[in-house]
Design a protein around this ligand. Sequence first.
Ligand SMILES: *Cc1c(COP(=O)(O)O)cnc(C)c1O
Length: 728
Amino acid sequence: MTSGDEGRQEGVFMNNHNVTAEFPNLPPRLAGLADLAENLWWSWHPAARMLFKMINRQAWKASIHNPDKMLKEIPREVLQAAADNPDYMRSYDLVMYRYHKYMIKKGCSLLPESCIPAQLTIAYFSAEYGLHRSLPFYAGGLGFLAGDFLKECSDLNVPMIAVGFMYPGGYVNQRISEAGWQESVSLELDRNQAAIAKVLDGQGKQLIVKVPIIEPPIYVAVWRVDVGRVPLYLLDTDIDNNDPWNRGISSRLYTGDLEQRLRQEIVLGIGGMEVLEALHVKHSVVHLNEGHAAFALLERLRDRFVLGFTREDAFETVRKTTVFTTHTPVPAGHDVFPFPLMEKYFRDFWPLLQMDRDSFFKLGLHPDEPNRGFNMTAFALRLSGYRNGVSRKHGEVANKMWQGLWSEADEADHGIDYVTNGVHVPTWIEPKFELLFNKYLGTDWLEDHDNPYLWKMVDEIPDDELWKTHLWLKIKLFNVIRERARQRWTNDRSHPSMALACGTLLDPSVLTIGFARRFATYKRADLIFHDEERLRKLLGDQSQPLQIVFAGKAHPADDPGKLILQKIFNAARNPDFFGRIAFVEDYGEQVAQYLVHGVDVWLNTPVFPLEACGTSGMKASLNGVPHCSIPDGWWLEAFNGVNGWSFDGGDTGGSRDQIDAESLYRVLEEKIVPLYYRVDENGVPSAWVQTMKNAIKSTAAQFSARRMVREYVDKFYSKAALFTSEVL
Ligand SMILES: *Cc1c(COP(=O)(O)O)cnc(C)c1O
């Protein structure tokens, strides 16, 4: 077993798989496919994806783009046929060459002063990771942010290891009932048919770690996912050593049961630190992606007390080497655990920090609600020297929200900084667009994609070429939607109106709005239904109609969210809306990929200022799908008057929903619809295409994960790592 930085130093980051045992059908000449299948690097390199697809399109599709599963299930003859095909082998050798070149790349792609030596690795903790459709360890934006973060750290060679949960029950797969109600279907993850490897101990058995101090004991088994050069360690409590209650700790993301939720966070934070210890992974800085893993800080403190630090030094060194990112102003996003529950699990812990009950609980006290319990965000903010929100506006909002905390701190240590989120460009760029950019921006554009000067060349792309590429993707999206509707109809013998609601009537010549994200109520998926008559006019216009594609999941415990979903689904089935509304089931990474590339406009309607950042609009804009949104989150930084649309009603009186809906209708009626349908003699809407170009130009560099990771390194990591290196 190699630890994160040994592997990096040796340049050997390959899995030590037993290829013949795990992939018995793989001919020796294709052995490299096993390595490739076990490292998610393949997922953000289209040529590598093609390598799997070329073996057999049907099998690739049936595996839901999971190469591990496909290579284990496909017959030997099919693989042998690929090995005997010179064209295939040419592609194979090229991809394998690129993969190895990537994996052994040394050095750092940042400015010299920002480079962090490998022995000062950053340990990143997150409760969810959105990496690929085959690994269901995410609920929404927070997970994709974490997944994109790891991929970009790998690309930039920022030394990082990550810790998270293996959720064998995944999140939920969504099915809409004939009553329009969201139901959950659980699909157990097959750990043996995914890009997840057991981490082994000295005896060759799976590494199992006991969560320290906490009684009765909880054990976790450790798995590993390779995200390019970044290893992600996943904790799994579903093992024989645990009783059933403990086994269930990691079964599902964000369980509603408060005590089980607390136990999850104990496992992630305290267990996660113990796993790093057991792996002998040296790290200098801990980055907490949201408060779920903040108990890691208790374990960091305890380590220092064990080493004989004074209380002051223990707190000081933990603070100076901890980065904490808060992700939402919505209260439900901040866990608060009642004191008696905390006492049950931590009464053996606080003496080890030379604290009593009161001083321990004060670490998690929210000044505005001191009696509610232990607030994980307040706790993380107090113990982190580097704190940030995820957009400029969110930084302001978070500062206000937590200002009560700063009165107790030193003058010099006030406040919450911000780093605006970004998306991993190689993951979210559509391959057709990648080719288009290769042609007009130069073949090394992807290497240099956070350079804003590069994107000026987007104006060189001929309008009709950009437009044709977009239409091709729109048709592809509609084909995918229709195929899913067909499956649903034939498999379930559901009522035909279900198939219509799922999008069979979508028309590629009609202006198409996309809205897809979690159905949290503050996101107001149904805002556009506020005045149904006015909406119907837009949808049903004879010459310039509009259609809307919705997708998204409500949290399984969120009935108000499910009611919004039901309202939209029923509208999709109701002929009064002309078949111009569609709801696509089971929103996840795969559906997101098609939607953000294939609709004409990406809509966001949150209640200001609750959208801390938002990232799906960045994915759309990057692919020439302009954003239309309430000015909130990232859009406040990105909107420049010509790259999409921003709407809010200002102070015109009336309820907020009414005002916002009113201004949404106005921007649709007066700006978006006329612009879209204004076409030249060749059928190209040139002014619209210019908006598409402006969307790409203004977002591709600035809202990339590359820009984001560089900022984290410059603002936080390099300083925190420097502190460690001085102390060492
Ligand atoms: C990007 C993404 C999100 C985040 O969307 P927001 O715009 O932040 O609401 C959620 N789910 C999926 C599947 C995504 O790809």
